[in-house]
Design a binder for this molecule. Sequence first.
Ligand code: PLP
Length: 375
Amino acid sequence: MNLFDVYSLFDVTPVRAQGCTVWDDKGQEYLDLYGGHAVISVGHCHPHYVEALKAQLDRIGFYSNSVRNPLQEELARRIGEVSGYDDYSLFLDNSGAESNENAAKLASFHTGKDRIIAFRKSFHGRTSGAVALTDNPAIVSPFNAHHRVTFLDLNDGDAVADELAKGGVAAVIVEGIQGCGGIHVPAPGFLQMLSRTCKKYGAALILDEVQSGYGRTGKFFAHQWAGIKPDIITMGKGIANGFPCGGILIAPKFRARKGMLGTTFGGNYLACAGALAVLDIIEQEDLMHNALTVGEYIKKELPKSDRIKDVRGKGLMLGIEMNEPVAPLRQALLFDKHIFTGVAGQNIIRLLAPLCLTKDEADRFLAAFGEILSK
Ligand SMILES: Cc1ncc(COP(=O)(O)O)c(C=O)c1O
């Protein structure tokens, strides 16, 4: 049997990893500024994380959500504490897309409405509702296209107010920082306006922090730079450093009803053990502060080149927009300099390094990138 051929692959086979370093099957070492697509938050194979998962596996690996699981309660307490959202509730699921599905469903249950406002260049996942909220017709099948979604320009507050005034809107969904769309940061004033206007019209404000959250920008969630408190916050990716896990934080005004949301695997023991270990490491190693300082250092020290059009983002969620397609540059970084990077669109290099990236590792990238650009 062949694999269903949907991924464009680099000819690299990682077999081992530690911190921000990955080794392939030929023993070649790579610097990881991609973090497996923003998933590796606390570094590859952190000993505390590995030990927590192994120890949990020795105790109990899985039971269903029909019995008590104190690890879920502990995780809710810890996320509440570190994020400042201790008055919110936690629902655990398995991925970013599922988190956005649950957020949209909850907003719709709560308001009794079915329309959602999303933004151009958004990405919210590939499941039915999440992909309908994603501004990329190439990945929306006819089956997914029947949801009632209105796309507006990011940072166009007047357009959102006009659309909300028309009525029937259950929610507005926005990424803390648009990732796949090219690292576009919503203006703090725009987020504040969304928060006020959603309240005025009784729509839920959903912040998709799947990529931008979990400390990546120097605060636990990127929207906290704007000082707002959304109604629902969605999480995924870095939450358990690669063990599949997602979740949503839910404001106190939402009433739970038995059976309203559910999942087989969500909140399982291994995911919770991984997620708790991630929070331990983020706190013990002050990784949010590290992400901010090393990210800002990269921004400041990037080579000066007229081939660079713009640099955007915050902390370790950075986009370097070039005046040219970046595929050859990424090839050179990977195969000549042995550095993994991400991409958005044709012209943007996307950096999503583990939050433990050191200044020395950042320097290695800066020197390599400078050399490539000077050729
Ligand atoms: C902002 C955002 N939301 C949702 C998702 C979907 O997450 P998953 O692939 O875990 O379903 C992603 C994935 O890249 C994302 O970047």
